[in-house]
Design a protein around this ligand. Structure first.
Ligand SMILES: Nc1nc2c(ncn2[C@@H]2O[C@H](COP(=O)(O)OP(=O)(O)O)[C@@H](O)[C@H]2O)c(=O)[nH]1
Ligand SMILES: [Mg+2]
Length: 196
């Protein structure tokens, strides 16, 4: 069986590393780490299955404009070149600031990056993509709901969206079950059994 990839994408600070930890138990580095390189990190999950932690996609305080563009290219190249081996992509969004981020960037003439990347993964590369709407603990529920509605509208009806909090554990069970089911369907049994 060919080596398969389970890929995590998302803006810097959306909570990718925290979710990897919450879902798989892998002890990845969490939080702001000035000076760390923008590498694509690979972790073995089970036989022939690798988890891929992408660097942040989009505006980063740690990087120059050129650095941001180089990182985006690196992510898009990886997704494109490995699309045949990518079993599942999980795109992580900071739900507490979603509309604020999109509106602020839209005013500066940027396209909504989260939506754009998810659609690229699903429509152009034909990769199964689900979305973790993370940090639902971080704002009042009225704001979270408003952001969730906007996010779902932007993504369209065919992308599953799981509201979660990597911090409180809210929603993680449902998301984890869905991921397990999809990986097992592709023959990756015990996907969260760690391999040394
Ligand atoms: N309140 C809250 N904070 C979170 C949540 N998930 C991640 N964080 C925090 O957000 C910051 C960025 O998380 P990290 O996982 O490193 O994001 P990454 O850059 O996407 O890998 C860290 O300070 C985390 O502790 C969440 O669900 N709720
Ligand atoms: Mg990270």
């Amino acid at each position: 069986m060919a080596e398969g990839y389970f890929v995590f994408t998302g803006r810097p600070n959306s909570g990718k590393s925290s979710l990897i930890k919450a879902i798989t138990g892998i002890n990845v580095a969490v939080g702001k780490q000035p000076g760390t390189t923008n590498r694509i990190e690979k972790y073995p999950l089970s036989k022939n299955l690798l988890l891929i932690d992408m660097p942040g996609y989009g505006v980063s305080l740690r990087l120059s404009k050129q650095g941001e563009e180089d990182t985006k290219d690196m992510i898009l190249d990886f997704l494109k070149n490995k699309s045949n081996q990518i079993i599942l992509a999980l795109h992580v969004i900071n739900t507490s600031t979603y509309l604020e981020t999109e509106t602020r960037l839209a005013k500066k003439g940027f396209i909504p990056l989260d939506i754009e990347l998810v659609h690229y993964i699903k429509r152009d590369l034909n990769i199964t993509c689900i979305v973790a709407a993370n940090k639902i603990d971080k704002e009042r529920s009225s704001i979270i709901n408003e952001n969730l509605e906007a996010l779902k509208e932007g993504l369209g009806p065919t992308i599953p969206v799981y509201p979660v909090s990597a911090k409180t554990g809210d929603g993680i069970g449902l998301l984890k079950n869905d991921i397990r089911k999809r990986l097992i369907e592709h023959g990756y049994t015990n996907p969260f059994e760690l391999v040394k």
